[in-house]
Design a protein. Sequence first.
Length: 143
Amino acid sequence: MTAPIPTRWVTQLRGQLSDADRRLTLAERRLADGQGGRALQEAYPGVMAAALVRVWLADEAWHRARSLQEYTQMLAAELPSGFAALAEMKADAQSFAGWRAEDARPLVQEAGAFVASVRDELDRRLAAPLPLRGPAGTEPQSV
């Protein structure tokens, strides 16, 4: 069983997901306005924020420090497929200009589903019962 997430990390994780939600709301507005490229510009950092939360949860980042290169690789591995392709475009210095709303919509929907799945993962981790502990220094006891 994993250790509980420290409170300051819970605050950080929730903040990342709140930022992702805010960006996805803006992306939906951009789609409604027919601005596919602008919608992707809003959704992309939101997906990256949620992917970082997933990396932190999997790695239990509060126990160890990682280099930027390690986090970059771990982050890339967590991206949903459509955003992995967009990340490659960004790496090649291509912008999201010119995307039609109807072409961007599936990616924004994918982003929404991804952020929701990461939020569910965090909620499950926070709701998980703590292991029972015996006297200091002993193994958890079964009931």
